[in-house]
Design a protein around this ligand. Structure first.
Ligand code: HPA
Length: 234
C-alpha cells in the first residue's frame, strides 16, 4: 500500500493503462479484461487488474491534470514496479485535419510547465513517447482503420483557458490537440527508464467548437483502449 493506492504488492501489473476518469477505468476493465479484480479505491480513484489475451494489465485512473497523474504514476512506478504506462484519454482537436472521433498518438507533449519544473529549472526538457509503443500504436490504429494522427500535443494546466494567444501559437506550430496529463507521464517515464505513451480520442474541437455526442463516446473510447492494449503487447 502507498499513500494513494491501496493495492497489495503484486496486485498491479507491469502494464498500466491510465484513463483520467476512474469510471472509465471500471468500464474499460469490465469491457476488455477478464478475471477483473478491483485493486484500488482510495479517494474514489479506481484501479482494476485483469487479463487481456493472456497478458496481465492494470487499468487505473489518473485523475485530471498533471499534479494528480504525477502522484499515481510516481507510486505505480516506484512502489509497484509499473514498466509500461499508457494514458488513454480525450483531447481537444487543434488542426483542421484533425476531426472529432479521430485518434491522436502523442509523439511529444509541449507545456508551459509540469510538476517536474522544479527539477529541470531553466531547462526546457522535451517530453517524448517511447518509440516502440508509438510505432505499435500507429500500426494497430491503421490495422483497425481508425483515423489516426501521430505528432505533437499540448499538455495544458488549464481546461478553462484564458490565453487564446498561446493556443494560436500551438496551432501555428502544428500541435494536433490539447489535453492535461501526457507531458508529466513522459517526464516520469524518462526519469525512471519506463515506457510511456498517450493515445487520445478527439472529444471536442477548439477551432470548430464541435463536441462528441455522449452516445458516441463509448465506441470511440473503446477503439482507443484496444489500440493501447495492442501497442502494449505488440
Ligand atoms: N482542453 C484541455 N483538455 C481537454 C480538452 C480541452 O479542450 N478537451 C479534452 N481534454
Amino acid at each position: 500500500m502507498t499513500v494513494h493506492i491501496g493495492a497489495q504488492p503484486g496486485d498491479i501489473a507491469e502494464t498500466v493503462l491510465l484513463p483520467g476518469d476512474p469510471y472509465r477505468a471500471k468500464w474499460a476493465a469490465e469491457t476488455f479484461l477478464t478475471d477483473v479484480k478491483l485493486v484500488n479505491e482510495v479517494r474514489g480513484m479506481l484501479g482494476f487488474t485483469g487479463m487481456w489475451k493472456g497478458n496481465r494489465v492494470t487499468i487505473h485512473g489518473s485523475g485530471m491534470g498533471m499534479p494528480s497523474l504525477s502522484i499515481y504514476v510516481n507510486e505505480l512506478i516506484k512502489d509497484y514496479g509499473a514498466k509500461t504506462l499508457i494514458r488513454i484519454g480525450s483531447c481537444g482537436g487543434m488542426q483542421d485535419s484533425v476531426k472529432v472521433r479521430d485518434v491522436i498518438v502523442a509523439m511529444t507533449a509541449t507545456t508551459l510547465s509540469t510538476p517536474s519544473r522544479g527539477i529541470f529549472k531553466e531547462m526546457n526538457f522535451a517530453p517524448c513517447a517511447d518509440y516502440g509503443l508509438l510505432r505499435a500504436a500507429a500500426d494497430a490504429a491503421e490495422a483497425k482503420g481508425t483515423a489516426t494522427h501521430v505528432g505533437g500535443i499540448y499538455s495544458s494546466d488549464v481546461f478553462y483557458d484564458e490565453r487564446p494567444d498561446l493556443n494560436e501559437q500551438m496551432v501555428r506550430h502544428g500541435i494536433l490537440g490539447v489535453e492535461m496529463e501526457a507531458a508529466e507521464l513522459y517526464n516520469l517515464a524518462a526519469r525512471h527508464g519506463r515506457r510511456a505513451l498517450a493515445v487520445l480520442t478527439v472529444s471536442d474541437h477548439l477551432l470548430t467548437g464541435e463536441a462528441l455526442p455522449s452516445e458516441d463516446r463509448e465506441k470511440t473510447f473503446g477503439d482507443m483502449v484496444e489500440i493501447a492494449l495492442e501497442a502494449a503487447f505488440a
